[in-house]
Design a binder for this molecule. Structure first.
Ligand code: ATP
Length: 377
């Protein structure tokens, strides 16, 4: 299949914004995408991911900003003139047309010669491994197969950009994993520039070259999977990236990029990701896989330690996910190599470099804490 992905060098979003009735759904999205890149737009429900995708697709006009391809405005073009392919959550196949006719539909609309259509449909079917199902109706296929038809239908048009909105969210867990690999394989073999919307951080981390994390319509961080996984820019991103332990503490002392943080019966050395001063209320983020139950005789030199009581133990393949309560009452999620006994007291250890200190501004604390603060005057 020939590639029109190389038909442009860069796609630029400049201060792209969209509001509904004066309410911002997307604010100042700035992003430059290189040809062939796989970008994931990631964030919780309502953060503006679909709005961003629909603005790109031309299904929603922008309230602010511009979208440019190699310096030329495309946001002024109607959807069908942008030459983008789209794959949606609900497949949107024609139920009365066979698989091959669904794939051929867009090519026929473009008035391509019959022989060309037959060739491209054949290639599309082979690409998503559905040759045997060419004559079936969508209703005779599984959800994963239907989504493969939707992908083939988009790809045979050789679009310069593929937009995918939660394409796997209607599939069961096993199919999601299979289709994830399938999408990665297709991207690697075709090199189509892709923008992929999801609320699933694992999916985004495994598929994308770069991720854009959104919250309340605003970009929180743009980076590679490794950057986001290891160095979240703020506690919201950390929360989203699986740092399940978010602990509110106070800064006791600061030395270089390390701080001593205390409270709630805890006393930890941690890494400053955002600047903080002595006396500041901060939020420490720790992944469960970095907060480990210490085995008998294991050295904890150089690591923070704390005592906790085991509440619940869950088997997760090679290791155990454990819910504990620390001495001061803080509930934590930790990992253990051997199953601890519920009710037992265990020692936990975390490397100071893997306990990340973030600002916790008043507007970001929970309503309950804010109400308490107001009551206390
Ligand atoms: P989800 O994962 O639930 O689809 P999302 O991150 O894609 O969420 P959007 O659908 O982009 O979020 O919505 C962003 C915000 O804009 C939300 O507050 C939503 O209520 C609002 N919004 C979206 N579409 C409209 C619309 N047509 N009219 C009014 N408000 C809208």
């Amino acid at each position: 299949m020939s590639l029109s992905a190389n038909a442009f060098e860069s796609l630029e979003l400049k201060n792209v914004g969209r509001s509904f009735g004066g309410r911002d759904a997307l604010v100042d999205l700035n992003l430059t995408i290189r040809a062939g890149e796989f970008i994931a737009l990631l964030g919780p429900s309502g953060c503006g991911k679909s709005t961003a995708l629909n603005c790109l697709a031309g299904l929603l006009p922008l309230t602010h900003g511009e979208i440019l391809i190699d310096g030329k405005r495309v946001d002024v073009l109607p959807s069908e003139k942008r030459d983008f392919g789209m794959v949606f959550q609900n497949y949107a196949l024609f139920p009365h047309l066979s698989v091959e006719k669904n794939i051929a539909f867009g090519l026929q609309m473009r008035g391509l010669p019959k022989a060309e259509i037959t060739r491209r449909v054949g290639e599309g079917l082979a690409l998503v491994k559905l040759e045997e199902h060419a004559k079936k109706l969508p209703g005779q296929l599984s959800g994963g197969q239907q989504q493969r038809v939707a992908i083939a239908r988009a790809v045979v048009l050789e679009p310069r950009l593929v937009l995918m909105d939660e394409p796997l969210s209607n599939l069961d867990a096993k199919l999601r994993l299979e289709m994830r690999t399938e999408i990665r394989r297709l991207h690697q073999s075709l090199g189509l520039t892709t923008i992929y919307v999801t609320h699933d951080q694992e999916e985004a981390l495994s598929l994308a070259d770069r991720l854009v994390v959104l919250r309340d319509g605003r970009v929180q961080q743009i980076g590679t999977p490794e950057e986001l996984h290891d160095h979240p820019a703020n506690w919201h991103v950390a929360d989203f990236m699986g740092y399940r332990n978010l602990i509110d503490l106070t800064v006791e002392s600061v030395e270089g990029s390390q701080a001593r943080v205390t409270g709630n019966g805890m006393d930890l050395l941690a890494k400053l990701v955002q600047p903080a001063s002595v006396g500041d209320n901060i939020r420490v983020a720790i992944r469960p896989s970095d907060l480990l139950v210490v085995r008998p005789g294991e050295s904890t030199t150089g690591r923070n330690t704390l005592q906790a009581q085991v509440n619940v133990v869950e088997y997760q393949g090679r290791e155990f996910a454990v819910g504990v309560t620390a001495t001061g009452g803080q509930n934590l999620f930790v990992h253990a190599e051997e199953a601890p006994v519920p009710g037992a007291t265990v020692t936990l250890a975390v490397d100071p470099a893997r306990a990340l200190v973030y600002r916790s501004n008043l507007d970001e604390v929970s309503t309950e804490q804010r109400e308490l603060a107001e009551v206390r005057g």
